[in-house]
Design a protein around this ligand. Structure first.
Ligand code: HDL
Ligand code: ZN
Length: 418
């Protein structure tokens, strides 16, 4: 009978694989240095991340407009004073800043914001990008590219060189939830559309999608959807999905990614920090998969209450790939709960995490924190099968981690639904 490896040996294999396997980060808001103002990095950006703005303005109860009138340096100093000096930085977003500083080798205990600033001022964006991707052990950053955002649109219209470590994604929320306003924008951009959503308009929307997928070399089409999203129904969203997005996605064998459950701007005064969450309708997503078997779908949902039914739906439809602990789910307690549930329901066939990073430095902490949890869950799950007599091999551990961190997503991109 084969000698079973010791628990400590298996755990070491898991730690080694989790730390050493490079990650394909399939949803971020990051950009390469030549995208200018869109590439965010450094301590002042980290500290003014919209998660920390929301947390600060609960405590520093200055008028919202007074905060927005500050310079970013002043905003960072208010946030640092409020969340890191006057109070313990124990939230996940605060802890993340500390992890980044620690992994960069800075004197975290000094709590000296200006000292940290000196380090970042000594970096160039190009060298810092290399440093951060190496520290985070991330090999590919999948972007979120919005042709409706004027600064980004101008950059793409100038045919920028794209660092091969970055992959583009066509993000098209306004096409689904922006009617009738989006018709004027499309018209201004040279697409002959009208709010009647007739055949000619659908043809022009398909042309818009094709133009931008070609321009960006997009690897999937993405949108976020509100809890009220239903499919199919008689809304413009269903018409655009059925007559424009899915035909183009099939034609190009691209996934359509739906990120479901965001309540936009429940507090507009918080701007980007003003969005909230509510339980969405997973049945609609099941129908999207069932009624379009020749399409493939990436999916993540924002509400904890949707996670179990989404994992069960993933057992039913191989043309969907479940990914990540998105946004308000990206906290240790929920990552742990959801990853355990997904491993128990899906085994190796899902993508446990993405960073959703908006500031480059964040991939250090978002992946450090998630890697630790994923490793612990794997140790427990491998121990469970070892207890049943299974002979675990190092290769099996490595294959599992490689699938989670890159392989499942990359194979899904290549696969043509049959
Ligand atoms: O819509 C999205 O892609 C979300 O991830 C939002 O960007 C959100 O503001 C965010 O940053 N989540 O982490
Ligand atoms: Zn995002």
């Amino acid at each position: 009978m084969a000698e079973a490896p010791a628990v400590s040996q298996v755990n070491q294999w898991i730690d080694d694989a989790v730390q050493s396997t490079p990650i394909v980060d399939l949803h971020t808001h990051l950009y390469p240095p030549n995208f200018g103002p869109l590439m965010l990095w450094g301590i002042d950006e980290l500290v003014t991340y919209h998660y920390l703005i929301a947390e600060t303005l609960r405590i520093a109860t200055i008028p919202y407009e007074q905060y927005w009138a500050m310079t970013q340096k002043q905003q960072a100093e208010l946030i640092w004073k409020t969340l890191f000096v006057e109070h313990a930085p124990i939230s996940e977003a605060c802890r993340g800043v500390l992890t980044v500083l620690q992994r960069l080798g800075l004197d975290v205990a000094s709590a000296n914001l200006n000292q940290f600033r000196d380090f970042f001022h000594s970096q160039t964006s190009e060298q810092y990008l290399d440093k951060v991707m190496k520290l985070a052990n991330v090999r590919t950053l999948v972007m979120t590219n919005d042709p409706f955002e004027s600064v980004e649109r101008e950059i793409w219209l100038n045919n920028p060189r794209v660092d091969p470590r970055f992959k583009a994604v066509l993000r098209i929320d306004p096409l689904l939830v922006g009617w009738p306003r989006v018709a004027d924008v499309l018209t201004d951009h040279g697409y002959k559309v009208s709010t009647d959503l007739g055949a000619n308009t659908m043809k022009e929307i398909r042309r818009f999608l094709s133009d931008w997928l070609d321009r960006m070399k997009g690897i999937y089409i993405a949108c976020s959807l509100p809890p009220s999203w239903r499919y199919p129904d008689d809304s413009p969203a269903t018409k655009v999905i059925n007559e424009a997005i899915l035909p183009i996605a099939r034609e190009r064998n691209l996934p359509f990614a739906t990120m479901i459950g965001v309540n936009k701007l429940v507090n507009p005064s918080l701007r980007l920090a003003g969005d909230s969450v509510a339980k969405a309708d997973a049945r609609s997503f099941e129908r999207l998969c069932a009624q379009n078997p020749k399409n493939k779908f990436l999916v993540t949902m924002l509400s904890r209450e949707n996670q179990h039914e989404l994992a069960v739906a993933s057992r039913k439809f191989r043309n969907m790939l479940l990914f990540g602990c998105w946004w308000f789910m990206n906290n240790p307690i929920l990552i742990n709960e959801i990853t355990r549930m997904r491993m128990e329901l899906l085994g190796t066939s899902f993508v446990p995490q993405h960073s959703d990073a908006r500031i480059l430095d964040q991939i250090i902490y978002k992946w450090d924190h998630s890697r630790a949890i994923i490793a612990q869950v794997l140790k427990d799950k491998f121990q469970d099968i070892a207890s049943a007599g299974w002979a675990i091999t190092r290769q099996q551990v490595q294959t599992t981690v490689s699938d989670y961190f890159a392989g499942n997503f990359e194979r899904f991109l290549q696969w043509t639904p049959n």
